[in-house]
Each structure stands twice: as structure tokens, then as C-alpha cells.
Design a protein around this ligand. Structure first.
Ligand code: MRU
Length: 364
């Protein structure tokens, strides 16, 4: 996607040296667009854990490059397995991380140690290229749903509600939930987005709003608790969210608060879609509520908030009563029964075993 007219992806190999890896420091957005250079395993693990990079497909792609950086130091099999395990332990919920590392290891275990670095960079690049193509396809399939909504209310804008950030910053390019919105906007459909702020880390207010604004998509940031009210008053035509892990029965883990939006959407008869690439499906899990590990993050993310003052200083302040403890489950699971459809690069299917098997007959 373009920022101020310059096309970017969210991760790329530094063209100056051909091996270090560039990312945007997402903890600095929307205040500044800082490019970070990753040069080793520790940098990469820190970037994922601290959420300098985040979003399920992107952390898979960055972890793949992290393994490339580690292999430059030691390409032996023991080191490779150990370093992949270090990267895999950085965040537990998004299955794309495990998927990308498994894919790298499958390729590299059969490659002689001397050839591993080159093979690793080639595989990481393929993961990125495939992610871009898949997100573009998700955009095309999801756009049809927005078109349908537009056709049902000619002359008025289509209002889409989204949660967290499932845009190009969360993937390599385009995004998952935002890809259909970009496709619809670019096709001239009058689409407006309700952006959940997404406490505690504000991925909606900080990242989604910045992305949509940079692309010229009309949007409005809302408090997380406003969605149900807007739905009751006819202000939401459909919801589209991303996912960190989708089970074979169609249960979807996504940023904390997604489940409540799905409940409100069901009560108001509003379609609720989950957009994801194949790398987000965990075929080994059936029940998402019991089978998907939910990351518990630091209390400080809830008790404190970071923002920019009028004078331009970026500060973190405490908002909770001093001394009160906080709990911070970072994701929740929306059961497939509350999901109107899964938007994948292969098309749209029911959020169920039968629906997924229809799109993925090789898994049936
Ligand atoms: O904790 P985060 O910011 O990594 O969580 C991200 C989300 O929940 C996204 O909605 C999800 O990864 C989909 S990304 C295309």
C-alpha cells in the first residue's frame, strides 16, 4: 500500500545489503513512521514479543526472516531447531507463526547446512509473496459482499464495522479484513468504516485509522463499547474482522472484544464475517474455546495508556486506580455459529467443518 505516494510492504529485505530485514515500528504509529532494521535473532524475537510487528500473517513472515538472520550466524541443524523454537515461543495465539516456522523447517531440514541461508531467504520471500497474493484474493471475494450491501441500499453509504487492525500493517500487504474495504473503495463504492479503538493497545485507533486515512477511506473511530448501540440504530451494514487462528469447525480467535461484537451482530441480524488466509487455519483444533491458547499480556497495557500530548511529546500515563490489579487476555474466541462466513483466498464459506471442507477438499 502507498504512504504519501510511496508504495510499501510491512516487511522487506534491505536492498542496500541484501540480508538485513526492514519493518515499521508499529509501536510508534500513528505518531511517526519509523523503519527498524532487524539484524539478528534477538532483534526479531523482541520485535514480535513487544509488538513492533504484530498481526497474525505478519508475525509469521517476520519470524521466517528471523530464522534467516539466525542461520547466518549458525546454520547447523541443532542451532536451527533451537532458534526456530525461540521464535515460535514469542507469541502463542496466532497460528501463522508456527505455520511459517514449520514451513521453513520442512524446507531447510532437507537442505545441506552450507546452502541453508540462501534457501531460507528464498522460502521467506515465497511466504511473503503468497501472503500478498492471498490477501489480494481475500479483497476480491470480500468486495463482492460489500457490493451486495451497497446494492441493497442504493444512494447511501455502506457502513462496515471492524475490530483491531487486520490491514496491510498486519499482513505483508493489503490486509485481511481491510482488503475488501480497500477493494470496494478503489472500485468507487461509497464505503465508510466504524473503527473500534481496540483497547488495551488501541490497534484500531492507532493503526487501522492511520491506514484508512492514508488511503483516503472514510472512517470514524469509536469506543469499543459503541458498536452494539450503532448496530441497534441501523448504522452498521456488516462487520468484517481478521483472525489469529481459525479451527477446523470455524471457531475464530481474534483480538479481545471480537466475540462481543459478534454477539451484538447476531442480536441485530447483521452479517459478521471473518477474513483470513489459509495459513490462519489450524486443522488440528476443533473447539476454539478449549483448544486455542490465549495470550495473557502485561497488566500495564490495561492500567496505562500511551498517547501524544499537544506539544508533540509521546507519553504513557496510568488510567487505572493506583494499586488496582488488571487482567489482560489478548484474544477471545468467536464460535463459528456466530460467524456468517469465512472470507479466504479461495472464496467465502460457512464457518463450519462442512464449509471449510467445501473450500479445502484436500483436508476432508
Ligand atoms: O495482538 P495483535 O495486534 O497481533 O492482534 C492482531 C489481531 O487480532 C488481528 O485482528 C489478526 O491478527 C488478524 S491480522 C490480518
Amino acid at each position: 500500500m502507498k504512504v504519501n505516494g510511496t508504495p510499501y510492504r510491512s516487511v522487506w529485505v534491505n536492498p542496500q545489503d541484501g540480508w538485513s530485514v526492514h519493518i515499521f515500528d508499529q509501536t510508534r504509529l500513528p505518531w511517526s513512521l519509523d523503519i527498524l532494521k532487524l539484524t539478528n535473532l534477538a532483534d526479531t524475537a523482541h520485535a514480535i514479543r513487544s509488538m513492533q510487528v504484530r498481526g497474525a500473517p505478519l508475525i509469521g513472515a517476520v519470524a521466517a526472516y528471523g530464522l534467516c538472520l539466525a542461520l547466518r550466524v549458525d546454520a547447523s541443524t541443532d542451532a536451527m531447531e533451537r532458534d526456530a523454537a525461540t521464535l515460535n515461543a514469542t507469541r502463542p495465539t496466532a497460528v501463522n507463526l508456527r505455520w511459517a516456522l514449520d514451513r521453513m523447517l520442512t524446507q531447510l531440514r532437507n537442505t545441506p547446512a552450507m546452502e541453508r541461508v540462501a534457501a531460507a531467504y528464498a522460502e521467506a520471500a515465497s511466504i511473503c509473496e503468497e501472503d500478498v497474493a492471498q490477501c489480494a484474493a481475500i479483497g476480491r471475494h470480500g468486495k463482492a459482499l460489500i457490493e451486495q450491501a451497497a446494492a441493497s441500499k442504493p444512494g447511501t453509504r455502506v457502513n462496515v464495522l471492524t475490530h483491531c487492525n487486520a490491514g496491510w500493517l498486519a499482513t505483508v500487504d493489503w490486509g485481511t479484513a481491510l482488503a475488501p474495504i480497500y477493494a470496494a473503495h478503489d472500485a468507487g463504492i461509497d464505503v465508510h468504516v466504524w473503527v473500534d479503538e481496540t483497547r488495551p493497545r488501541n490497534q484500531g485507533a492507532a493503526l487501522t485509522a492511520w491506514e484508512l486515512g492514508s488511503h483516503g477511506v472514510p472512517h470514524t473511530v469509536i469506543a469499543d463499547n459503541a458498536g452494539g448501540h450503532l448496530m441497534q440504530h441501523g448504522e452498521v451494514d456488516l462487520c468484517i474482522v481478521g483472525a489469529d487462528r481459525v479451527t477446523r469447525t470455524g471457531d475464530a480467535a481474534n483480538k479481545i472484544g471480537t466475540y462481543l461484537k459478534a454477539l451484538a451482530a447476531r442480536d441485530n441480524d447483521i452479517p459478521f464475517y471473518v477474513a483470513l488466509p489459509t495459513s490462519t487455519i489450524d486443522w488440528s483444533v476443533a473447539d476454539g474455546v478449549t483448544g486455542i491458547p490465549i495470550e495473557e499480556r502485561s497488566q500495564a497495557e490495561v492500567t496505562d495508556i500511551t498517547g501524544r500530548t499537544a506539544s508533540g511529546e509521546i507519553v504513557t500515563v496510568r488510567v487505572a486506580a493506583s494499586g488496582s490489579p488488571a487482567a489482560n487476555p489478548a484474544f477471545d474466541v468467536t464460535p463459528g455459529r456466530l460467524v456468517s462466513g469465512l472470507i479466504t483466498e479461495r472464496g467465502v464459506c460457512a464457518a463450519s467443518l462442512a464449509g471449510l471442507h467445501g473450500l479445502y477438499p484436500e483436508q476432508a
